[in-house]
Design a protein around this ligand. Structure first.
Ligand code: ATP
Ligand code: MG
Length: 728
């Protein structure tokens, strides 16, 4: 530890201190998880401010999420007091981008009060443009094109610069025209989409050297956290702001830019992030000081050892060492637990949390990190049953998700035909040509008669009140709703729910959706139907959800955090639970299918991020049976489990109420090591492996369980194929 100097420097190690004190010139801090990268950034800002090297308004500091920005502001505040309030340029790429764009909107043909388009607006607009080109919007879906434009924008491309092949790939070769028409239309509407918040400023900087020079004078210091996850557009934006132009013969002055990152934590490749930005840094900023931090201050030696061993299986990495000084013989090894199914997983995790709580641990210090959002449902339900406070970080709670609310609205319409709010929610979802005007007509009719909207609609479709097109669409919808209601007493509620989602076209809407979120939404819908099994009837289930939704999410109170691995980046907790370590879920099948080896490596980095969130305790779970894509499947443990070093791991005796089951997980997992050597396995091989390692639960494992498990090879395959198609 370096000695002397101001109080905020005390306690930093020599490398950290160098990163803080090298304020002039480009600095790249490349270091593993928990080595104090974020702490270096905050301390560096404090240092710059207290030396008076810059005013707070002259520091540009970019973080990955708004939450991270808030935390950084807080930490700086602790170091320098109220000076932090004068830092307008601390935020995410988007929040800073929008601020810059508002100041110079007229330079790209916008007014400063431009609106930021939401996804719905964007899709409506794209669809109009596709139709205006006389293209069939079924064959050329708006969502696909929106997704394509998003990809281009992440790469910093404009209608003029997209590759010819890309341009030809959509709409009978009209990709480029459509992109251009879209951008023109946005200008007419005085609107910008998310990508534009960076692309417009890039253009402004390029075309207006005086504006850029102004920012060069303004931003004396530039700092970027989570640098490994920047995409090309963000990189270009940053480089423009950082690189000063040459004046005369003199070389351009080196910029005071400091980026911190960890290539092993790059987990947004699927959104266009490029780890190569790390390599480019030294090229674009010659003479950069590269600092490596190797001491981890966050985790125990066991946690670190497990994480390091796992990530060493990636080929595509810069490589680095990590060590910790803070280990003690009492440190717990990384625990690997086996469970029967996800319900047991949630129950056991709930029990462990309660035990920790009884031993004096705070809920705030515990987190459950899942690979896919659908996994949250089981935990949320369990916590509500236990009366355990929880909060979902970085996204809505399961039952608050758009697709779940939509699906629930359908179910409410069927169970409670007077529920006008539910009806209004789904009347035009998926789009069936029942726009606002029609809805208003139905509304007026209902008001006039004092009946619910569905009843009003049933009357209206028998009259001439509506034009034929909306009338037919409405008739088909309300007849369906009535028919489903009539089936209520005689049909199994889960079957009915599935039928409703299918026949209404709702599932199909997401199957046709090419956005990155769509497959996750389909998973959530399956999980919704699955969760109903635990209830006798649809009304019973609806009541349960209403109760769950009623529990408050109080930011102040002590609560377990529940979030995806992606949103856990940069955070830390005493105890971390990592459920669902099974092949197909984690690594996720989609990542393997679409990304091949690099997909697998990104999944492994995600596992590394997960483990390294833990300070004291990491508890991994896998189960033998999980319902994936709506069908029970015998699962096999994640290959990542085989990549954990024995010395740092403890395989837990299964703590379960099902007789004869204890030890099964351990032996199975050990057995797993023998077939996990060959890298990527095909789904068929994995199923064979599952069967070979005792995956046939007919023989005793299921003893005493009443739940039916259907596992039909063909059925699974058919579903999986259909799912894969849907996932594109
Ligand atoms: P990640 O890669 O996960 O974002 P990071 O490198 O940003 O991690 P930090 O979050 O800055 O790491 O630090 C991890 C933990 O270690 C924090 O609790 C931080 O306060 C602590 N820490 C960092 N440096 C020191 C130090 N010199 N002395 C004591 N604690 C430290
Ligand atoms: Mg960090």
């Amino acid at each position: 530890v370096a000695q002397g100097g101001p109080h905020y420097l005390a306690g930093l190690n020599a490398e950290q201190r160098a990163a803080v004190e090298t304020t002039e010139g480009p600095v790249l801090v490349l270091a593993g998880a928990g080595t104090g990268k974020t702490r270096v950034l905050t301390t560096r800002i404090a240092h710059i401010l207290s030396l008076g090297l810059a005013f707070p308004s002259q520091i540009l500091a970019v973080t990955f999420t708004n939450k991270a920005a808030r935390e950084m502001r807080q930490r700086i505040g602790l170091l320098v007091g109220e000076q932090v309030e004068g830092m307008p340029w601390l935020g995410t790429f988007h929040s800073i981008g929008v601020k810059i764009l508002r100041r110079h909107a007229e330079l790209v043909g916008l007014k400063s009060n431009f609106t930021i388009l939401d996804t719905d607006d964007q899709l409506r607009l794209v669809k109009q443009l596709i139709q205006a080109e006389n293209l069939d919007d079924k064959r050329w879906p708006a969502r696909t094109f929106a997704q394509m434009m998003d990809g281009w924008k992440n790469k910093g491309l404009t209608p003029d610069t997209i590759p010819e092949g890309d341009a030809r790939a959509f709409g009978n070769g009209k990709g480029r025209e459509l992109f251009r028409a879209y951008q023109d239309r946005l200008l007419q509407l005085n609107a910008a989409d998310f990508g534009d918040l960076l692309l417009h400023p890039i253009r402004i900087f390029r075309e207006n050297s005086d504006v850029l020079a102004d920012y060069h004078r303004r931003f004396r210091y530039i700092l970027v956290d989570e640098y490994q996850d920047t995409n090309v557009a963000q990189y270009l934006w940053l480089r423009l702001l950082a690189q000063r132009p040459k004046t005369g013969d003199a070389p351009s002055p080196p910029p005071n830019v400091c980026c911190v990152g960890d290539d092993d934590q790059s987990i947004y490749g699927w959104r266009g992030a490029e780890v190569d930005n790390i390599l480019r840094f030294e090229k674009d900023f010659p003479g950069a000081t590269v600092i490596r931090l190797e001491r981890n201050y966050r985790s125990t030696a066991h946690i670190l050892g497990a994480a390091a061993h796992l990530i060493a299986h990636n080929e595509d990495r810069l490589g680095k060492t990590l060590f910790t000084d803070t280990s003690s013989p009492e440190d717990e090894r990384v625990a690997v637990n086996a469970g029967w199914d996800s319900e047991e997983e949630a129950r056991a995790v709930g029990e462990e949390i309660e035990q920790l709580q009884r031993r004096g641990h705070k809920l705030n210090d515990m987190a459950i990190l899942v690979r896919a959002s659908f996994q949250m449902r089981e935990f949320e339900d369990r916590f509500v049953t236990l009366g355990l406070n929880y909060r979902v970080v970085g996204g809505p709670r399961f039952y608050e998700r758009q697709e779940i609310r939509d699906a629930m609205a359908y179910l409410r319409c069927v169970c409670q035909p007077a529920d006008d709010l539910a009806f209004e929610r789904i009347v035009n979802v998926p789009k069936r040509g029942l726009g606002d005007a029609t809805v208003r007509q139905i509304h007026d009719h209902a008001r006039g008669n004092g009946t619910p909207m569905i009843a009003a609609a049933l009357e209206m479709v028998e009259t001439e009140e509506l034009k034929p097109k909306p009338r037919n669409a409405l008739r088909s919808l309300v007849f369906n709703l009535r028919r489903w209601s009539e089936l209520l007493p005689t049909t199994r509620h889960t079957d009915l729910a599935e039928m409703i989602l299918e026949e209404s076209g709702y599932t199909e809407m997401w199957q046709n959706d090419r956005s990155a979120e769509a497959p996750g939404r389909l998973e959530n819908l399956k999980e919704l139907v699955r969760s109903m099994e635990e209830y006798e009837s649809l009304p019973g289930f609806l009541e349960h959800v209403a109760l769950v939704m009623d529990t408050e999410q109080n930011a102040e109170s002590d609560a377990v955090s529940l979030m995806t691995l992606h949103s856990a980046k940069g955070l830390e907790f005493e105890t971390v639970f990592l459920p669902g370590w099974e092949e197909g879920l984690f690594p996720h099948q989609r990542a393997l299918d679409e990304g091949g080896r690099s997909g697998l490596e990104e999944e492994r980095r995600l596992a590394y991020v997960g483990i390294t969130r833990g300070k004291k305790r990491v508890k991994i779970w896998f189960v033998s049976n999980r319902r994936i894509h709506g069908l029970w499947q015998s699962t096999i443990p994640s290959r990542f489990l085989d990549e954990l070093p024995e010395a740092h791991v403890e395989v837990m005796e299964a703590n379960t109420s099902y007789g004869g089951y204890g030890g099964y997980g351990a032996s199975r997992w050990d057995g797993g090591a023998s077939f996990a050597s060959g890298g990527y396995r095909t789904p068929g091989a994995r199923r064979a492996a599952a069967a070979a390692s005792g995956g046939s639960y007919g023989d005793g494992w299921g003893g005493g369980r009443t739940r039916e498990i259907s596992y039909e090879e063909d059925g699974v395959k058919a579903k999986a194929d259909r799912y894969a198609q849907a996932a594109g």
